[in-house]
Ligand binder design. Sequence first.
Ligand code: NAP
Length: 292
Amino acid sequence: MFRSDLFQGKRILITGGGTGLGKAMARRLMELGAELHICGRREGVLQEAAKELAAATGGKIFCHPCDIRVAQAVDEMMQAIWQQHGPLDGLVNNAAGNFIARSEDLSPRGFDAIANIVLHGSFYVTQAVGKRWIAEKRGGSIISIVTTWVWTGSAFVVPSAMSKAGIAAMTQSLAVEWGPKGIRLNAIAPGPFPTEGMTKRLAPTEKLERQMIGAIPMRRVGNLSELANLAAFLLSDEVGYISGEVIAIDGAQWLNTAAGFGALTELGDAEWQEIRDNIAATNARDKAQRTV
Ligand code: NAP
């Protein structure tokens, strides 16, 4: 699908790049020639992922233990990357946390636990990269991993829905503010992609998992490679005119669940015949009443 040297000479940072979607994107970008930098709070997880990805792709990858909730730590990480390696060309805001809870039960700490990573942390990282690009008069590409809740909101995950909507607003705002400086920002809104983070905290029972898959028109979860390919596409200079967009990759799940008739995809021929008969009977009754 892509030239194998698409990202040759490019340096890209993925937050939360040691696990799940972040790791899958790191692998794809390395396969396409990028020098990868990954950050996260757990150094051991980062080191293990880096070892695995370097062996699988033969590419270069560097780990940066960093808690993106701490603005100063983010700036120090960026300083270290710039000084020891050189400027970044791309950034993927992927790190996040989430859990299901009734909103009335949430403590301020519970709310902050999510908002501090997703909303505040993503801004700290984006600003730390953007201000360096602006000072050096060089462009760059940023993508953020959000959710389709940016369009619909979502019950029981309100801190995440609010924070992801904030990242979508940042994407659109900075696409305009930083566009003249050659900086592009886009976002990806994935549907369900099986990762440890997603399964443990968001689909913790088999029943919930079955219900979730039933609501996806393509009747399957996403493949990590599909998400990684979209990330590579959006980061690439080859699509340098795309900016300020939020693109869903969810098998049409959110369109189905946002509209009211999605459950009808479960009906068989007999049930559709019954529906047609009922509608015909209602029409006939109405016509008879009109002629009386
Ligand atoms: P995951 O494996 O739990 O990934 C989250 C990553 O973020 C971890 O590597 C974690 O590393 C890192 N992280 C968390 N807090 C951090 C902090 N304060 N500082 C630095 N790093 C931090 O989950 P995932 O499923 O791959 O999710 C990745 C992204 O995709 C998230 O933005 C998520 O909202 C989004 N998403 C996923 C799905 C899905 O179906 N999987 C669907 C829609 C959107 P440490 O714990 O070591 O810090």
